[in-house]
Write a protein that binds this ligand. Structure first.
Ligand code: HEC
Length: 499
């Protein structure tokens, strides 16, 4: 790739694939096999999986179905069949559960075919709803027989289709509305169609369509946090601003909210191409609830609803990071868990990883779903596989990883007194050096800084939780890129000072 500087404006106008001038900050680095084979590959050998793919402590992972080409969004039926959308094939398939106990889906059939890039799928009353790129349709679905009948009726037509972000995600909310996400037509631009870069909602019969929230570049995953009915959505940040900016986002999506795009990125940081003159809009926009690393491409999100999960995972959200295509070093290609703490803090941890290693890619996660069998299912559109994650041997419920949330006891109780003292002292020095007090005590605070007092951290965090928080803090708290040992010292100091 040529090194051509000063072409920021030109690059922003280029359509992916149709741009002859690639500036240096635009690194095309998609999986090699994807470029050669059109984004498809075979499922990895069992031995490769066993040595490469890792899962959080206490969990186990195994392939559940292979050869499900272009497997994208997942939805379970009440009878335990798994519906999978395959937009490139124009179809939705039904995968039967594993009744014979060999760990694999027992069979599959194509449920719907000849659709226009069907992506989002959901069940509501007796209907299976499918979002095509420019329409939403429904067909009668019998969960017992696992079959669809009657015609496919389009209840919403004329949605803006195609463009850079052509996938439409569809889910019914706890309020009975049908939510449909519509990504932007471009990397960054002012859209002519006001339904672009939004989450819309409709009545189940397609009536009363309205834009629910806007300024969302490409929200692919949406789910409602159990117990709160608050809508959360992933969003992919724009390209062409370098390897490490802007963050991809988790947004707490409110009705009428504007989430910044194309005028701002991350926590209300003005966009270099479109931010000028939009200060009022940027100020009124809503910053992300959590930032993912740049270009990791968060897609599907699922809050865990089962009460059999280890305490740290109950109510946590799993997010599939599809992986970067325009970053010098690949990032993403994993599933992360998000743990919600007090004061709206969100802590990110790895959940399934190893699909990318030394630039070699063997999987790209798209969606996650909790099955009626109490396992977690993950789709991979790179190899056309569905993986199943279960509680592993050495049951983690016996050794729960404490997460943010209500906890008992002193999180530092296990630490020898000498180490506790030494770490707390080093942590205090780091706290001073990194000017944490500016924002947390108002000491020498810059104008406009909102002071967030640190209180009762011990009631909500263990050492590992705080370390994880400091590694990926909730915006607007800045990430400092500290080595693990420094983060441990800081965590011990914070828990010592704010039990
Ligand atoms: C520029 C301001 C800023 C700086 C500097 C800053 N923070 Fe924060 N911090 C915040 C904000 C804002 C939040 C609240 C985020 C939220 O949940 O909305 C926060 C949250 C936290 C929390 C979680 C609090 C809770 O109740 O759950 C901890 C712990 C924390 N910060 C520690 C630190 C440490 C340690 C440093 C220094 C290394 C630091 N912060 C530097 C702004 C800052």
């Amino acid at each position: 790739m040529g090194r051509i500087g000063g072409l920021v404006g030109v690059a922003a106008l280029c359509v992916v694939g149709a741009c002859a001038l690639w500036p240096e900050r635009w690194a095309v680095n998609a999986p090699v096999r994807a470029l050669l084979l059109g984004w498809e590959s075979d499922a990895p050998e069992a031995s490769v999986l066993a040595t490469r793919v890792r899962v959080a402590d206490g969990f186990a992972i195994a392939p559940w179905a292979t050869g499900v080409k272009n497997a994208r969004m997942l939805r379970f039926t009440p009878n335990g069949d798994l519906l999978v959308s395959q937009p490139r094939l124009g179809q939705v398939s039904l995968l039967q559960p594993d009744a014979d106990g060999d760990g694999l889906s027992d069979g599959r059939r194509v449920l719907l075919a000849d659709l226009n890039r069907p992506h989002g799928i959901d069940l509501h009353e007796d209907w299976l709803y499918v979002a095509e790129t420019d329409a939403v349709g429904r067909i009668r679905f019998d969960p017992v027989a696992g079959s669809a009948s009657g015609g496919f009726q389009r209840v919403v037509t004329g949605l803006p289709g195609g463009g850079n972000h052509w996938t439409r995600t569809l889910r019914f909310g706890p309020d009975g509305w049908m939510y449909v996400t519509i990504g932007s037509s471009c990397n960054v631009c002012e859209e002519e169609d006001q339904r672009r870069a939004t989450v819309m909602r409709f009545r189940p019969d397609g009536a009363s369509g309205e834009v629910f929230a806007s300024g969302l570049r490409n929200t692919v995953g949406i789910d409602w946090r159990p117990g709160t009915n608050v809508l959360y959505g992933t969003d992919n940040g724009r390209d062409l601003l370098g390897d490490d900016f802007p963050p991809c986002e988790l947004n707490r999506i409110e009705r009428g909210g504007h989430y910044g795009w194309p005028y701002a990125n991350g926590a209300k940081i003005p966009d270099p191409d479109f931010g000028a003159g939009k200060e009022g809009l940027i100020r009124a926009s809503i910053a992300p609830a959590h930032g993912f690393a740049a270009h990791t491409a968060p897609l599907g999100i699922a809050f865990l609803r089962g009460d059999h999960w280890p305490p740290a995972y109950r109510g946590a959200a799993l997010v599939a990071l599809h992986g970067s295509w325009n970053r010098t070093e690949k990032q993403g290609y994993e599933v992360v868990s998000l743990h919600f703490g007090g004061r709206e803090t969100v802590t990110e941890r790895r959940f399934v990883w190893g699909f990318e290693e030394d630039d070699d890619v063997i999987g790209r996660p798209v969606d996650v779903a909790e099955g009626p069998d109490g396992a977690i299912y993950m789709s991979d559109d790179f190899t056309g596989s569905i993986y199943r994650v279960t509680l592993g041997a050495g049951s983690p419920s016996a050794t729960p990883q404490e997460g943010p949330g209500a906890r008992d006891g002193d999180p530092l109780a296990q630490l020898p007194t000498e180490e506790r003292k030494a770490r707390a002292a080093r942590g205090q020095a780091l706290y001073a050096r990194w000017l944490c007090a500016q924002c947390h005590e108002g000491l020498r605070a810059k104008e406009g800084v909102v002071v967030v007092p640190l209180e009762k951290l011990g009631a909500r965090y263990g050492v590992e939780d705080l370390m994880a928080f400091l590694e990926a803090p909730t915006p607007p708290m800045p990430a400092l890129d500290l080595p693990a040992d420094d983060r441990r010292d800081l965590a011990v100091y914070l828990l010592d000072a704010h039990p």
